[in-house]
Design a binder for this molecule. Structure first.
Ligand code: PMV
Length: 365
């Protein structure tokens, strides 16, 4: 059996503005999706027959990583609510990529990874004894898994499932964990991880190391239960900017606020982070991205929070509060009709939880 898990994500700054090249900041949350695979007589998922159409992410990964492999029985568990902007599909894709990677082991042939992935930085791919070298067969799955690679695979399958439209913010945050910043240029004061390119758009992906002080606060995420597709909200802003080109000033202001928020995070200045979040919300609201349900939850959370804003696409979905008193904030949001999740800031990324009998399949045999 092989089992892997990955966290969901919450956007702290820069949603929508990131579509226009401004920096966006996301953190991994404590809520996770977990997937396990076992060799089986036929393809099954949660005890039922596997249907490609119902599971586009797993299907795309299966095609990439398991072509010709034996059938698997798949089990999915997790506590990330679907379609709420918290990265449930990216989290599942990252976990599935890691589990399948473990399940087939990894080989090096002629200086290259046999399965088409070439590590640009050799240190990224390692086994428990150190860096893998030519001719190694890495028997133990966990050591054959690489966060960058799982982020790439998850981004590719997200794009496949969403008609080519997916930024790498979710896949990178769910794979690496911690705090991730996406921008259209390399931000020199951050830890640059890699560039991603999809359909002519390039993103620079960075990680941010957060100081201990950040652990004093929590995120309380409140779900309105109102469904608002991301594509509709993104289209709304595109239309607004076309009709009123000067509104790009607001998008640029969000970029400035994100930068202030990032500095607050790096310095462990929770008050500054909170202020930036609330300011970011005011602009999102001005752009028409809030809704009465979000405003009700935001007003309820504000008195006990350092900062509060909608998170993700808006128009419904979730809000997030930064607070030192998560119990009080959560109760206030629940009383106002929201469903809450409490998370630390910047949770762990991808984990291989069980690789006891890996590899399950050795494609070179
Ligand atoms: O739907 P979410 O929570 O993953 O957020 C979308 C973020 C946007 O900036 C609105 C869109 C995007 O592709 O970045």
């Amino acid at each position: 059996m092989v089992q892997a898990s990955a966290p969901g994500k919450c956007i702290l700054f820069g949603e929508h503005a990131v579509v226009y090249g401004q920096p966006a900041v996301a953190v991994a949350i404590d809520q996770r999706m977990s997937i396990n695979f076992e060799i089986s007589e036929n393809w099954r998922i949660d005890g039922m027959k596997f249907q490609n159409r119902k599971h586009p992410h797993v299907t795309a990964l299966r095609t990439r990583l398991w072509e010709g492999g034996p059938p698997l029985s798949i089990k999915i568990t997790g506590n990330i609510p679907p379609a709420s902007g918290l990265g449930s599909s990216a989290s599942l894709s990252v976990a599935a990529a890691a589990a399948l990677r473990c399940a087939r082991g990894r080989q090096i042939i002629d200086d290259d990874w046999a399965e088409g992935w070439t590590a640009s930085r050799p240190n990224d791919v390692y086994n428990s004894a150190g860096i893998a070298s030519k001719g190694d067969f890495i028997e133990h799955g966990a050591s054959a898994v690489d966060e960058d690679e799982c982020a790439i695979l998850a981004h590719a399958v997200e794009a496949f499932a969403q008609n080519g439209k997916a930024s790498p913010l979710d896949s990178s945050t769910c794979s690496h964990g911690g705090c991730i910043v996406l921008s259209d240029k390399v931000e020199t004061h951050l830890n640059w991880l890699y560039s991603r390119n999809l359909n002519g758009v390039t993103w620079e992906v960075h990680s941010v190391k957060l100081p201990k002080e950040i652990e004093e606060a929590y995120l309380v995420i409140g779900n309105t239960g109102v469904h608002a597709p991301t594509s509709v909200q993104v289209e709304k802003i595109a239309k607004l900017l076309k009709e009123q080109p000067n509104r790009i000033n607001e998008i640029e202001t969000i970029g400035l606020i994100s930068k202030r928020g990032i500095n607050g995070l790096i310095e462990g200045d929770l008050e500054a982070v909170g202020r930036a979040m609330s300011e970011n919300h005011l602009i999102l609201r001005n752009l028409g991205l809030s809704c009465p349900e979000l405003e009700t939850l935001i007003s309820a959370a504000a008195p006990s929070s350092l900062g509060v804003k909608l998170t993700g696409a808006g128009g419904g979905g979730c809000m997030v509060a930064l607070t030192r008193d998560p119990k009080t904030t959560s109760e206030a949001i629940e009383l106002a009709g929201g469903r809450t999740l409490i998370s630390s800031i910047a949770a762990s990324g991808l984990l291989v939880d069980n690789d006891s009998d890996c590899p399950l399949w050795n494609p070179l045999n």
